[in-house]
Design a protein around this ligand. Sequence first.
Ligand SMILES: [Zn+2]
Length: 496
Amino acid sequence: MEKQPSWKVIIGMEVHVQPKTESKMFCECKNDPFCKDPNIHTCPVCMALPGSLPVANEKAIEEIIKLGVALNSKIASYSCFARKSYFYPDLPKGYQISQYDKPFCQGGELSVNGKKIKITRIHLEEDAGKNFHPKGTDYTLVDLNRAGVPLIELVTEPDIESAEEAKLFCQELQLVLRYLKISDADMEKGQMRCEANISLVPKGTLEKDKLSGTKVEVKNLNSFKAVERSIEFEIKRQSRILERGEKVVAETRGWSEGKQGTVSQRSKEEASEYRYFPEPDLPPILVDPKDVEKLRDNLPELPQEFRKRLRDEYKLAPSAIEAFTCDKNLGNYFEEAGSELRAWWEDTSKEKFSKDIYQLLANYLITEIKKYLSVSKTDIKDLLVTPENLAELIVMLYENKINSSAAQTILAKMLEKGSDPDQIAKELDLLQISDNSALTEIVEKVLSNNPQAIEDLKSGKEQILQYLIGQVMKETRGKANPKVVDDMIREKIFGK
Ligand SMILES: [Zn+2]
């Protein structure tokens, strides 16, 4: 049995995001860090040639403020850039332009599973280039396509208490960035990079003393799985050290995918070692509160609001809500088909709008359509099935005009050809017989052939009914609507 953990886990996250602006942060070079040809998108500014001067990218500033507004941060009306000095071969200036004591956004929060994770700050900086070590050689090449690309850095308060919570935080932040169209935030591509600061204190430590443990920073987390596994690993590693009565070393560690563990990289620098000072080549940035309000008014719907709407308006099950929130394109498709269902319902003036028809639609989208998209590697915008046609298919199923196996057959044809479900049903002769007059003769024949079954049914053996329905289904080659047949037999035998 696993020993009960006697440590309280304290985690703060640092997340870097590449906003998808047209140009780099301080020059007009194209923001294309994944360009295959090295050093194509460079100029005197991002190559740090003497005498070149940076100019801040207005769009990048707008994007960071948008993020701050979405996360309820306080937007600074006065902020400035700062030089952070350190030497890397892929950082030709010998310093990075970042922000220090006057970031664009301070405070804020992001809810994860109902818990608010507080945000310390969000600031803007530039990325470094990339070093390459060609296989089989003993030298390193430098590619500066990425040098000077804008980076948004978000730092949380040490509010996170488990590896899973850290992963959920990063996933939720990725959704927010995508909903705001700031970045695709693809971790595999390095568009979003996470670092975790982890420390342990004895369980029962007072809230005010929770930072008394020794902080270890873990870098190189380029997947959600790596975020979760590296933190799990660190919690185990640190608790073993502490249980032996030893001290955890304050250091930066890197996650090694191959070793499935963290390895020591270097001891942690203090802020003073970076020798921050205000960037003399860039003026302070004054943000007009009116512009902030304009951004606030034009914010798109955020994941949390979309979840709430899927729950309140469509009464979907939690798993469907998550599926549509995490895949907004699928969610949008659901809403388009859903509005067709609503229009149909209003037209047919049914007494009561039963919302389970939305769940039926959701089930088909999440299972059949999603499976098709992934197997055929099709983008949802190239899907041949229109939301209108999918809604029509769901209505046919809901009204028992077709059974569920026919619906599968029809949908397969729709995915292949994009035609109208009603037409396919007619062509393939899949429409159920729901018309009493068309079924009367067959029902009567089945009943007259089974006098014993009728006696049994009358004496209370309900299960005989299924047998009789089965006989009618057989006679109609599976096309009779079982619900209608059920009603007809009951009426003939019990007169109701
Ligand atoms: Zn440039």
